[in-house]
Design a protein around this ligand. Structure first.
Ligand code: ARG
Length: 461
């Protein structure tokens, strides 16, 4: 016997390079608290199945508590000889309660059902943490929207001036994807909340253990229905990697705007000192690093997803050691979000918006041309004709070097007899914005309704 969990049929221990390849304690140690919690629950089902006396259960639980305390204060950790967290913790338990009792806990479970269960437990805790971080970013955006109810800015398509919108409308446009991400987390958590424990290596348990009892004990909604599926499927992990990638992709769009808006060319925002960095050579620089790292890390999280999918592809049922590769990408995506989300919330919450600059640029690039066309439509002109006339107004204003509201009556009448000086009433940024008052539009009344809806949505998470 080589001392490994599986040593019985081996005369020799693993070669050094074999052991090095096999080892996972450097990343799966984060599962240790969950492993111990699940071991407590497993000890209780062994007791109920008559495989552990009441006294043994008491001693076992005391040993697990002592081990948990040692893990928490780092006085117990993985040893060079440990292959994975599960083997290390069995070693630790035996140090506490002796070989006789410590060796009983493994009955009826396998590292295959164990690791699948612990990964799900870890992920459910991570979902709660990530959701709280996403909520903080959404709240920071909502607070900024609420603090700037009347600021107009250029709305863009193709990054070209399109139509004036309210800044609050634009900021809330970044909140809705985050609200959907929160729904995605809640939905994915529901599929993750099913316990593989009791599936053994792949075929289930012969020892009369109760998978439903242990599932309930560990806070799962119930046990998985098929022990082969339970030990070998990782779609829950791929779904998590996707949800995490989607969150950072959503945030990368906000990041891209903050990067552009903070340039002198845009001049819409100034970043707080605490949430930006300087240059080691150019003294004038103030760089939007939070936003750039958000944009950059989105590539990393997409990579974690695609790498995991490639690992899962075409694996035969049931467990294969390939599956040991499932955890690092998901752990990494969460570690990046743990770093990013508080920084993004801090950056957003401390942005200073330059309302005058945004208002000044709101009509630039003839963004009120659509308002001329729609004014003509309200007077019975077919949109096709109206669009043509508004385009001619843009051409005339561009040639004369004036704004649309500065075209004189004769020029207007020459373009289309229906165009009178009254059209100037809609040729203001405020008039344009307030006219778009249908549900979901940028008028201040519509945005106020939207904001109330967003706030009540946020309150449910
Ligand atoms: N460390 C493994 C994993 O992460 C679990 C161990 C299963 N090993 C085995 N030989 N069946 O998937």
């Amino acid at each position: 016997n080589t001392g490994a969990l599986w040593g019985g049929r081996f005369a020799d221990g693993p070669a050094a390079a074999m052991a090095a390849l096999s080892k996972s304690t450097h990343f799966d140690w984060v599962l240790a608290p969950f492993d111990i919690e699940a071991s407590r629950a497993h000890a209780r089902v062994l007791n109920r199945a008559g495989l552990l006396t009441d006294d043994d259960l008491t001693a076992m639980l005391a040993g697990l508590d002592a081990l948990a305390a040692d893990v928490a204060d780092c006085t117990f950790g993985p040893a060079e000889s440990d292959e994975d967290v599960h083997g290390a913790l069995e070693r630790g338990l035996i140090e506490k309660v002796g070989t006789e009792l410590g060796g009983r806990l493994r009955a009826g479970r396998s590292r295959n059902d164990q690791v699948a269960t612990l990964f799900r437990m870890w992920l459910r805790a991570a979902y709660r943490r990530v959701a709280a971080g996403v909520l903080d970013v959404a709240q920071a955006l909502v607070d900024q929207a609420q603090a700037h109810p009347d600021v107009a800015m250029p709305g863009k398509t193709h990054l070209q001036a399109a139509q004036p919108v309210l800044l609050s409308h634009q900021l809330l446009a970044h909140v809705h994807p985050l609200l959907r991400d929160l729904e995605r987390i809640a939905d994915a958590d529901r599929r993750t909340a099913v316990s593989p424990y009791g599936s053994g290596a792949l075929a289930g348990s012969s020892l009369g253990l109760d998978p439903a009892a242990i599932a309930a004990d560990l806070g799962f909604d119930g046990p998985m229905a098929n022990s082969i599926d339970a030990t070998s499927s990782r779609d829950f992990a791929a779904e998590a990697a996707w949800v995490f990638a989607m969150i950072v992709v959503d945030l990368s769009r906000l990041a891209e705007e903050v990067i552009a808006w903070s340039t002198p060319e845009f001049g819409y925002v100034t970043l707080a000192d605490a949430w930006s960095t300087g240059s080691s050579i150019m003294p004038q620089k103030k760089n939007p690093d939070v936003a750039e790292l958000t944009r950059g890390k989105s590539g990393r999280l997409i990579g974690n997803l695609t790498g995991l999918l490639a690992t899962l592809k075409a694996q035969p049922l049931a467990y294969n050691r390939d599956l040991q590769e499932d955890k690092e990408p998901v752990f990494d995506s969460v570690a990046q979000l743990d770093l990013l989300l508080p920084a993004i919330a801090g950056m957003v919450g401390t942005l200073t918006f330059h309302a005058d600059r945004m208002a000044q640029l709101a009509p630039a690039g003839f963004t009120l041309a659509t308002d001329i066309a729609e004014w003509l439509v309200r007077r019975g002109v077919p949109f096709r004709v109206a669009h043509e006339a508004a385009g001619a107004c843009v051409r005339a204003a561009e040639a004369a070097g004036v704004g649309l509201d500065e075209l004189d009556d004769e020029t207007l009448a020459a373009i289309d007899p229906a165009l009178t000086g009254e059209v100037r009433e809609v040729l203001t940024v405020r008039g344009s914005i307030e006219s778009r008052n249908a549900h979901g539009g940028t008028a201040s009344t519509a945005v106020a309704t939207q904001l109330a809806g967003v706030q009540s949505d946020l309150a449910t998470h």
